[in-house]
Structure formats: C-alpha cells, structure tokens
Design a protein around this ligand. Structure first.
Ligand SMILES: Nc1ncnc2c1ncn2[C@@H]1O[C@H](COP(=O)(O)OP(=O)(O)O)[C@@H](O)[C@H]1O
Ligand SMILES: [Mg+2]
Length: 360
C-alpha cells in the first residue's frame, strides 16, 4: 500500500543553519501522526516542507505516493490549518470555506454542495452566512478545518490548531478532531508542543529534537518504553535512580543496588557496564503501609503534595536525600497522610516498570 506521506532524509537549511537534518517519516494512508517537541525543534518547518512553502535542499517528499519535490503549494493536494486561523474577515463563513474551490475553478453548484458538506462535518451549517467576527474561537477554528477539508486533500496538516483555545474547549475539540479524522480516514500530521494532546490524538507520536525525529511510536509504547533517556525525560514526569550493578540472581535477572535497596531488573533490560540509570514513571511508585514488608520498598518523607484534579502528585525525599515524585489517588491522601509535610511514608517501586539506560 502506498504511504500517505513519506519523507526520505529530508534536510533543510536556512542561511547556512541546519534546521532539519535527515528527517525520515513514513505515515500510512489514513494515519494520524503528531510531531511533538520543544519550541524551535523544527515542527513547523517540517509541515511547511510537506506543504511546499519550503523546498528542501536534501531528500525527497512523497504525498499519497507521488513525488512532490519542486511542486509549489497549490499543486499539492494539501489541507492546512494553523493556530491563527486567518479567516478572511470580509467574507462570510460560506465564502471562506469555498475559497479553495474557487481557486481550483470548481463549478458553482458543486462548490456550494461541497461547502455544505464541509460545514456539516464540523457541525457549523447554521453559520454559513455569518461573518468570522460573529463566531467564537472554537467555531472559527472549526471553519478553518472545514476550509482545509473542502478541497478533499490527500493530507491534512495541522499546526498547533487548538493552541489559541481555552483548556475546556481544547479538550472537546481534541475529541471532535479525532473522531472526524478517523471518520474521514484522512492522513493527518498534527504539530503540537502539548504532550497530552499528542498522546491522546495521534496513532503515533514522533518526538523531535534539534531538527531530527528522535523516536516515533504508538503513544503508550513511547511513554512506557522509550528508547532513550532524553525521550523518557521529555515525556511526562520521570524519576531517575542511579544504580550499581551488583550481580545476577539465580533466575538470571540482573541485580542492581539503588537508594539502599536491591532490585532485580526487568528481563528485557540490556545492561552494559557497572552502573545504570533507572527511569521510573510516577504511576509505578505506590504508597504502602509503614509496616509493609517485602522487596523494593523505600522509606521517605513527604516534601510536597500537589493536587491535580482527581490525582495528587506527591514529592518525597528518600533517606539518602534523593527526591522522587509519585502519583496517587485522592483516597490515599488520608490513608497515608500524604498532605502532611515531613510525614514518614513507605513506597514500593514496581521493578518490572523500570526503564534501564546506560549511566550518563
Ligand atoms: N524563516 C526563518 N529564518 C530563520 N530561521 C528560521 C526561519 N524559520 C524557522 N527558523 C528557525 O528554525 C528552527 C525551527 O523552527 P520551527 O520549525 O518554527 O520550530 P517549531 O515549530 O518546532 O517551534 C528555529 O530555530 C527557528 O528559529
Ligand atoms: Mg511551530
């Protein structure tokens, strides 16, 4: 099957500065991929290269299987939505949406039908004759989406499309966007610096640093089993435990010593050298009773308890001074006294959830 989009070793320089380096990306037909990375890492440049506003100095771009190098934007069948949706203020919503069809000289009757269809997709039929100024931010963003979809693009490119909306509307639009994208089966690249948005919207997430894609994978795999320290550190919260390798257990699992305890590392871990860094997500650090016994228990005191809606993020200090962050349910706050600063607590590290990396 032809890919919806393929970038092969794409390199872009601006004024002799490398902006994209060897970017390889293959997006399946109908797939939604999020580009996630810190500001300035090259996400927008990647999208602009796909759209044809930038011609790469190196590498190749294929859209829906067809070579796109050298083609100007209007010769690529690409739908674009940006954060500042830039609707034409003096045109009605209907005229805004039909703009791309007029440019493509689609006959009037058909254009009108397709505008209706596109406005239906974003549930905005009722505002066809209004002007952008009379719409809410969320509605304007849906118009921008309709305008991109009306040309029936081979690929939809979204650059921080929900960035200007408030949190609640943004959450709702994320769900709507995802449903529409699935329903239409349109190949989509969404750029965001919002991790939650990337992880919840996309089939796969590509993490970009300094002009290259460092890792690409399904959201859960990327979060749970990142292939590098940097990606683990970048996504969500990570606890880092420096550990010494002290031997091998009878069952073949490697034994490590950290924070005064011994831990058997996961079987899947590849260990080279005498020291490793263990990465642990806060979900896999659980509070237990102070008289709990067994493996992988550490004692700590409460430093901070931060309410995060239905959860708390609890910062603790181990006896060796190291700080860790655990994530817990609200009911555990009273059970273990998590909101009492200085309170002594005991936690269990889930050894099978440790990510093992060579010591830095
Ligand atoms: N027109 C330009 N001229 C010079 N530098 C640019 C231009 N466009 C982007 N850059 C630089 O390229 C890098 C990547 O930018 P961009 O793709 O916009 O990043 P992102 O969208 O990930 O925040 C940044 O360092 C930015 O300063
Ligand atoms: Mg950008």
């Amino acid at each position: 099957m032809t890919a919806g989009l393929e970038l092969k070793s794409v390199g872009v320089w601006i004024d002799a500065n490398p902006i994209l380096r060897q970017v390889d990306l293959s997006v399946a037909q109908g797939e939604c991929v999020a580009l996630l990375g810190p500001s300035g890492c090259g996400k927008t440049t990647t999208l602009r290269t796909v759209a044809g506003f930038i011609q790469p100095q190196e590498g190749e771009v294929f859209i829906a299987g067809k070579p796109a190098n050298g083609l100007p934007p209007n010769m690529r069948n690409v739908g674009l939505v940006f954060q500042d949706y830039a609707l034409f203020p003096h045109m009605t919503i209907g005229e805004n949406v039909s703009y791309g069809l007029r440019m493509r000289r689609v006959p009037k009757d058909e254009a009108s039908r397709r505008v209706d269809e596109a406005l239906d997709m974003v549930q905005l039929h009722a505002v066809r004759d209004r002007y952008p100024a009379n719409l809410s931010g969320g509605q304007r963003q849906r118009v921008a989406l309709a305008r991109a979809l009306v040309i029936r693009p081979d690929i939809l490119l979204l650059d921080e499309p929900l960035g200007a909306l408030d949190r609640k509307l943004r959450d709702r639009m994320q769900v709507e966007l995802r449903q529409l994208q699935r329903h239409l089966g349109i190949t989509t690249i969404i750029v965001t610096h919002d991790q939650e948005e990337a992880l919840s919207l996309a089939d796969r997430v590509a993490v970009m640093f300094e002009g290259s894609i460092r890792e690409i994978g399904a959201p859960a795999a990327l979060y749970e089993r990142p292939s590098s320290r940097e990606v683990m550190d970048f996504l969500g919260i990570s606890n880092w435990l420096p550990a010494d390798i002290i031997g091998t257990r009878e069952d073949g699992r490697v034994l490590a010593q950290t924070a005064g305890i011994q831990i058997a590392l996961p079987r899947s871990a590849t260990v080279t050298g005498a020291r490793v860094d263990l990465g642990l997500r806060p979900e896999y650090l659980r509070f237990v009773a102070l008289d709990e016994t067994g493996d992988c228990l550490v004692d700590a005191s409460i430093v901070e308890c931060v309410y995060k809606g239905g959860l708390v993020e609890v910062h603790v200090r181990l006896q060796n001074g190291q700080r860790l962050i655990a994530r817990s349910g609200l009911s555990e706050v009273t059970t273990y006294g998590l909101d009492r600063l200085g309170e002594n607590v005991r936690l269990r590290i889930d050894p099978d959830r440790l990510q093992v990396f060579s010591a830095s």
